[in-house]
Design a binder for this molecule. Structure first.
Ligand code: ANZ
Length: 958
């Protein structure tokens, strides 16, 4: 580190007190120094960021924040909570012998800038870059120790070149179910060519046309285009991922209706990784709540597929309760199920109940009417438990394979096309929804699981289904299989075996997870590195053509439509740029220059955050995504982290399933293809709480500016009028935003940092209270005063040995703060520093140098500017940032003494005050030398001494 001491502070008005003005001067000066010095540069083992080999040889720590979207509104004090926390932790790690990588980039593709562009015609890059630079200067003021050489934004073509490159890798690979990993698609082609693997459809590979081959490969590629039903939001003019649609079937953003529509869209085959995404969670150090959300999202269900014959076809159902097959009294298909069209007979068959027809003259009419009605509802609406069950009979009966019974087939919207097989066998006695449906449609309800709650097996007396996994099967025997008397698990096993032996079913695992819809009809996103040839076949661009940059356009908006008009389809902003769309390229595939049409969708804004941790490692590499040696150094698997990954990742709990699942998926693909050594991106995850704020509302319920509130006798007033106070979010719209600048101006950044860290445990949400900030300011003032003479500005410390009481206070603080910082308990760490500082203030007099120095080092991770300043004042020439964090001397940490009982011949003869750390030998010596013990022994010899340090000595005289 540099030896230079930056210029001394400008003269401040005497006395030399720590004031906001002093803080401002110190902070700006050290921030400049750190930048110029490269204090936070983390060296790589090689490449352009190679550096200090001694630092590289240390154990690494990669400490990372979820990177921000650069909002034009700038930061309020709630935003940097996590950034300060990771900074404190990173600083502590630097001081405890680690090479620490800590930086921050920007997740900069996003809708607000695009919407602004749509409204004003200003290029989103312009507003985004302005927002980034504003945010950078706001963050700089907080003294965050970032390695700025490693920062980037996802909109930088140098960055999204690699996002596109990763897309190409994913497009050009398939999931080998046998090897359980992704492999290059060329290997699959080779297997088809050689006949090692049968081509679906049965024809030899050679016999297929180019289009047919492309179609076959499309069924395997990990990134593929399909016509699957998607969430189309005419009001936004774009399709949305399931995760972006609210529980009531509207767009999360904008609250427009969302419809199911069949559109050709790119998807990522994340479902291929469902099992690995589940299994590998076990090795991660993540909050259990987040792991649980991922597990539920992936939704693994073990069950069976069973075929029910109908008219020479078969309806395949997915069930998790194959043990209840004998209780299946009807079937239900999702209204969209393709078999529905095949079945529907011309007239209602014999045995049709009136209630089944919905009052329609023919099955075709009934089905058409019901389908139209179902199409207007969201999946969530359709699945709602409480809702009345609706449906209609299709006019056909299927055969229950276990007992040959003819059971009616319905369509009903409580069965979803997108889950399982889109068809169920209904067991009304043991499934709540089936029970409600059966009651409404007068269908038989047959008990096949013996109720354990005393209600009996006569279902006509039941009010609801009997649902249990821990009961006996009854009424379940057919011609050649019986389940009677078995428990649920045994019955499942038995019937699955039977189904398999008959070739009419098999055990299977079903996942709730769907493939990830990856296209957006947007301008401000990464263009797809995909072109279509004259046959409409998709080709990926060679690496030499990346990055494929966004074209300049006149109009940034996707076409939006009447929000309620489902019969519309997307028109993307890129599609209107003929020069960019229609190109002649030589893709280097031996086919020479040819005309192509570019893909005109863009990637969703999750893409850029799927792999950014990797780019921090080697941000300027133009040859590779990341150099393997560098990736291994920072991310590779090691003891306790079998899947490698970032050592600490801090962010909000709202990213439980989207970003965190997508990033894990990309890591696994890149790992399988050999590009990285870490199959998991984030080893340890921590969710910080939110900083909330009081919202004040006037009599009409409108928020009034929080800064203008007066408090009198516990009542709140604005402009003389009483207002109501509640706890809410902080933000401009609620007129309660407090900016970090305002607090920095009043107290300094160190005070702000301390206050945010002291407010409560990091994972708990807490209300902001500007009036309480001054408490941390006072701590820093007292700390300063304990070291600096306020009259002269001179350091007051003396070269002396501290007294015993001070040593105890100091080492207890050191011990506690060390543990607290390691465990992210910053609030209690601050409490311990405060306690020590109070002790020193109370003792009075000049501090002994070792105490002053330790105090400064203790606070350095939390309040780095004042620590750096005091460290220099104490005469040091190098930065406090890379000093060793103090280590407690155990002799001062333990409680001062414990009482030891000394017995002679079983009787207590003395009580000694000894150190709890005393050894057996030493205690024996002390006890034998004690006056009372000597007297009790009366000169007799000693046969035996039993010592149980530190509490007991038992002496047996000869
Ligand atoms: C018969 C049965 C009997 C069922 C019983 C449940 C209880 P999970 O655990 O969430 O995977 N199901 C299957 N596909 C469906 C679809 N597309 N739409 C709506 N429901 C569907 O749920 C699996 C169960 O949900 C399956 O097991 C099926 O009903 C239903 F006493 O089959 B079950």
């Amino acid at each position: 580190m540099s030896e230079t001491n930056p210029a001394a502070p400008a003269e401040v008005a005497a006395p030399h007190r720590y004031t906001a003005a002093v803080a401002a001067e110190i902070e700006a000066r050290w921030q400049d120094f750190w930048d110029a010095d490269g204090t936070y540069a983390a060296p790589n083992p090689k490449g352009d960021l190679a550096g200090d080999p001694e630092l590289v040889a240390k154990p690494k720590k990669f400490v990372m924040d979820m990177f921000p979207y650069p909002s034009g509104a700038g930061l309020h004090v709630g935003h940097p909570l996590g950034y300060i926390a990771t900074d404190v932790f990173a600083r502590f790690q630097r001081m405890t012998g680690h090479n620490v990588l800590h930086t921050l980039g920007f997740d900069a593709f996003g809708l607000p800038a695009e919407q602004h562009a749509v409204q004003t015609g200003e290029h989103p890059r312009v507003t985004t870059e302005a927002a980034i630079s504003n945010m950078k200067s706001q963050l700089r003021r907080l003294g965050l120790g970032h390695d700025k050489r490693r920062s980037f934004a996802t909109i930088d073509p140098d960055y999204y070149k690699w996002t596109q490159w990763i897309f190409v890798q994913i497009f050009n690979s398939w999931y080998d179910d046998e090897a359980k990993k992704a492999r290059p698609i060329s290997e699959l082609v080779a297997r088809f060519e050689s006949g090692e693997r049968a081509v679906p459809g049965g024809r030899p590979w050679d016999a297929l046309s180019a289009t047919e081959r492309a179609d076959v490969l499309g069924e395997y590629r990990l990134a593929y285009a399909s016509d699957a039903p998607v969430n189309w939001c005419p009001g936004l003019g774009t399709v949305l991922a399931n995760e972006e649609v609210t529980a009531d079937g509207r767009s999360e953003r904008g609250n427009f209706p969302v419809f199911k529509a069949k559109l050709r869209q790119w998807n990522m085959r994340i479902t291929a990784y469902a099992d690995r995404l589940l299994d590998d969670l076990n090795e991660l150090d993540w909050p259990e709540a987040i792991k649980l959300q991922q597990r539920n999202w992936i939704g693994r269900s073990e069950g069976a597929r069973v075929d029910f014959p109908v008219d020479g076809e078969a309806i395949t159902v997915f069930t998790t309760r194959q043990d209840t097959l004998f209780g299946a009294t009807y079937m239900v298909l999702a209204p969209e199920h393709p078999l529905v069209e095949k079945f529907t007979p011309a007239t209602w068959p014999e045995g049709t109940h009136d209630v089944w027809t919905g009052g329609h003259a023919t099955p075709a009419e009934a089905v058409a009417a019901y389908r139209a009605q179902a199409a207007s509802k969201s999946d969530v609406e359709r699945q709602a438990e409480a809702k009345d069950k609706t449906g209609v009979f299709t006019g056909v009966f299927a055969t229950n394979p276990v007992n040959g019974e003819q059971i009616p087939v319905f369509i009903a919207d409580y069965v979803l096309m997108g889950y399982g097989t889109g068809a169920i066998m209904a067991v009304p006695a043991h499934d709540t929804r089936d029970f409600a449906f059966a009651r409404a449609f007068e269908l038989p309800i047959r008990c096949v699981v013996e109720p354990s709650d005393g209600r009996g097996t006569d279902t006509s007396t039941w009010d609801d289904a009997f649902v249990s996994y821990d009961a006996k099967i009854v009424n379940s025997h057919g011609a050649d299989v019986s389940l009677d008397g078995l428990g649920v698990a045994e019955a499942k096993a038995r019937i699955t075996e039977w189904l398999q032996s008959k070739g009419i079913g098999e055990g299977t695992v079903n996942f709730r997870l769907r493939d990830w819809l990856f296209s957006r009809q947007r301008y401000w996103g990464e263009p797809f590195p995909i072109v279509y040839d004259e046959d409409g076949i998709a080709h990926s661009l060679p690496e030499s053509m990346l990055p494929l940059e966004l074209p300049e356009v006149e109009d940034y908006s996707p076409r939006t439509f009447d929000p309620d008009d489902a019969d519309t389809s997307p028109e993307t902003p890129l599609s209107r740029n003929q020069d960019w769309v229609d190109v002649t390229l030589d893709l280097g595939d031996g086919r020479g220059p040819r005309p192509y049409r570019r893909e005109t969708n863009t990637m969703p804004n999750w893409a850029g955050s799927c792999w950014y941790e990797l780019r921090y490692l080697d941000p300027h590499n133009s040859e590779k995504l990341v150099d393997p040696e560098i990736e291994q150094y920072w991310m590779g698997p090691r003891a306790g982290q079998p899947h490698g990954g970032v050592d600490l990742y801090v962010g909000g709990a709202e990213h439980a399933v989207l970003h965190l699942l997508y990033a894990r998926f990309w890591s696994k693909v890149l790992f399988d293809l050999g590009h990285i050594s870490s199959p998991e991106p984030f080893h340890k995850l921590f969710n910080q709480g939110m900083i909330q704020a009081y919202v004040y509302r006037d009599s009409r319920g409108f928020p009034v500016p929080a800064a203008e509130i007066e408090e009198r006798d516990g009542q709140f007033f604005h402009a003389g009028e009483p207002v109501k106070r509640e706890l809410g979010k902080m933000g401009k719209s609620l007129k309660n935003a407090v900016t970090p600048e305002a607090i920095c101006e009043e107290y300094g950044a160190d005070t702000l940092r301390l206050y945010e860290m002291a407010m409560g445990p990091l994972d708990v949400s807490r209300p902001w209270d500007t009036r309480a900030v001054v408490g941390q300011y006072r701590l820093l003032q007292r700390l300063w005063r304990n070291i600096v003479d306020e009259a002269t500005g001179d350091v007051t410390v003396v070269d002396a040995e501290p007294d015993e009481a001070t040593l105890r206070a100091l080492h207890k603080a050191i011990d506690g703060v060390r543990h607290d910082l390691e465990g992210l308990r910053f609030n209690t760490a601050i409490a311990k520093v405060t306690e020590l500082n109070n002790h020193l203030t109370k003792t009075g007099g000049a501090l002994a140098r070792p105490v002053a120095e330790a105090l400064v080092l203790l606070i350095a991770p939390l309040a780095p500017h004042i620590a750096e300043e005091l460290w220099r004042k104490l005469g040091h020439t190098d930065s406090v940032v890379h000093q060793d964090f103090p280590v407690a001397d155990p002799q001062y940490v333990v409680d001062e003494t414990v009482t030891c009982v000394v017995q002679v011949k079983g009787k207590v003869k003395a009580r000694l005050e000894v150190s709890p750390a005393i050894s057996d030998d030493e205690l024996e010596k002390v006890a034998l030398a004690d006056e009372k013990v000597v007297a009790a022994l009366g000169g007799a010899g000693i046969r035996k001494v039993i010592v149980r340090a530190p509490k007991l000595v038992n002496i047996v005289p000869a």
